[in-house]
Design a protein around this ligand. Structure first.
Ligand SMILES: [Fe+2]
Length: 379
C-alpha cells in the first residue's frame, strides 16, 4: 500500500546521554538554553547528572520544572514566559511525554509571536515556520513523544487536545535507557504499557503499513520480554535499554500509522480523573482488544501472534485474556474500579472519545454506544 514515512528527528540510541548532549548542543545555533522538566526529575538527580553537559558550551542555562503529569495550557504559558524572558535559542526537554510536549509547544510559540496554544488547538492559527530547536531526552520508556509531531496539552475546558504539525518534531532525541534506572516499578509498568499500546494500535489500525509494522512488531517483540524484566529489576540495564529503544520504535509507528480506540478513550479518562496516561491505556486495553478481535484480518494475525509469543494455535480471541494476564503480572490494576471510578462519568468520556481524532483509525468502527460498552466492560 502507498504510504509516506517522515521522521526528521535525529534519533540517537545512546549509551551516555551526557556526552551525546554536549556534541548535539555544540552543533545547534547560539543562545541561552531552557530545560523543561518536572519536579520528579529534579528529585531523582537525573538533571544534576546532565547539568555539566548542558553548561559545557558556555550557554546560560535556565530550568523550568513545573510540568505536571497532565499539563494544560497554563503550564505552556508559564514556560513560554520564562523562555521569552531568557531569550532562549535552544530547548532541552528532560522527562516523560508531558515535559517533552510542553517543550514542543514552547518551541513553536517562540517563533510565532501573537499566536497562543489555544489558537492552535482551536484551529484559529497555523504554524508557518520551524520552532526553536528542541533536544528531547526521555527519562521513561513509553510516550514516544521524542519522535512524534504531536503535542497533547489539556485545553482550557480540560479536553486533551493534540496539535499535529511537522514543526513539532524535536530536532534531536537522545534515548538512553540508563536514565530510567531509578524509575519505580509501577511507573516502569505504566509507561511501558503506553509504548505497548502505541505499537499494537499502530499495527492493528486502518493506516497500518509494512514500514511501520517493522517498528511496531519489533517493539511488541521487545516489550513482552523486556518490560517484565525491567519491572522485576529496575537496575537491569539491558532491559531498560531494550525498553527505551522499543518505546522510540513504537512512538515512530504511532506517529506515522496512528492510534486507535484505547487512546481515544484514555484521553478523556485522564482529563476527567487525572489518571496516568500509561496506566489508563493499560486498564482499558483488554476490553478494547475484546471489542477489536473480530476485525483483525487473518492475514495480519500470524505476525502479531508471533511478536507476542503466543502459541501457534492461538487465535485473536486469545488477545484479551493474554493482555489481562500480562498487565496483571507487571503489577498494574486491570479494572477502572481499581482506579477509583464508579462509572458515573462514562457517558461524558464516551461522548468525548468520539471527538478524538484517533478513533477513526481503529480497526473496528466505534461510536458513542460502542465506547460506552467498552468502558462498562473495563469497569
Ligand atoms: Fe500514549
Amino acid at each position: 500500500m502507498a504510504h509516506t514515512v517522515y521522521c526528521p528527528t535525529k534519533l540517537i540510541f545512546s549509551d551516555d546521554a551526557a556526552s551525546d548532549l554536549v556534541r548535539e548542543l555544540a552543533a545547534l545555533g547560539p543562545g541561552p538554553l531552557l530545560v523543561v522538566t518536572d519536579a520528579g526529575i529534579l528529585s531523582t538527580g537525573i538533571l544534576d547528572r546532565l547539568l555539566p553537559a548542558l553548561a559545557a558550551g558556555g550557554r546560560p542555562v535556565k530550568v523550568f520544572s513545573d510540568v505536571p503529569g497532565n499539563p494544560g495550557v497554563t503550564t505552556v504559558t508559564a514556560a513560554l514566559a520564562q523562555a521569552r524572558a531568557a531569550r532562549v535559542g535552544v530547548l532541552v526537554a528532560v522527562g516523560g511525554g508531558s515535559a517533552i510536549d510542553v517543550a514542543k509547544a514552547v518551541g513553536v510559540l517562540l517563533t510565532h509571536a501573537g499566536v497562543t496554544w489555544e489558537d492552535l488547538q482551536a484551529g484559529r492559527a497555523a504554524l508557518k515556520r520551524p520552532g526553536v530547536p528542541l533536544i528531547a531526552i526521555p527519562t521513561t520508556a513509553g510516550t514516544g513523544s521524542e519522535v512524534s509531531h504531536v503535542a497533547v496539552i489539556g485545553a482550557t475546558d480540560g479536553f486533551k487536545k493534540g496539535v499535529l504539525h511537522t514543526a513539532l518534531f524535536p530536532a534531536v532525541a537522545i534515548v538512553d535507557g540508563g536514565l530510567a534506572l531509578s524509575l519505580p516499578p509501577k511507573l516502569t509498568a505504566a509507561t511501558g504499557m503506553d509504548a505497548f499500546v502505541h505499537a499494537i494500535e499502530a499495527t492493528l489500525g486502518r493506516r497500518a503499513n509494512p514500514s511501520m509494522d517493522l517498528l511496531a512488531l519489533g517493539a511488541l517483540r521487545a516489550i513482552v520480554r523486556a518490560l517484565p524484566a525491567a519491572v522485576a529489576d529496575g537496575a537491569n540495564l539491558a532491559a531498560r535499554r531494550a525498553m527505551a529503544q522499543a518505546a522510540a520504535w513504537a512512538g515512530m509507528a504511532m506517529d506515522q500509522a496512528g492510534l486507535g480506540l484505547c487512546h481515544a478513550l484514555c484521553g478523556p479518562l485522564s482529563a476527567h480523573h487525572d489518571v496516568h496516561h500509561g496506566l489508563g491505556n493499560a486498564v482499558l486495553l483488554p476490553a478494547v482488544l475484546a471489542f477489536n478481535t473480530g476485525a483483525i484480518s487473518p492475514e495480519r494475525w500470524p505476525a502479531l501472534r508471533h511478536a507476542l509469543r503466543l502459541p501457534a494455535d492461538a487465535s485473536p480471541d486469545a488477545l484479551p485474556d493474554w493482555s489481562h494476564s500480562f498487565i496483571s503480572a507487571i503489577g498494574l490494576p486491570t479494572t477502572l474500579r481499581g482506579l477509583g471510578l464508579d462509572g458515573s462519568t462514562f457517558g461524558a468520556i464516551a461522548a468525548e472519545a468520539t471527538r478524538m481524532a484517533m478513533i477513526g483509525n481503529n480497526v473496528r468502527p466505534a461510536g458513542e454506544a460502542e465506547c460506552l460498552a467498552v468502558l462498562q466492560a473495563a469497569l
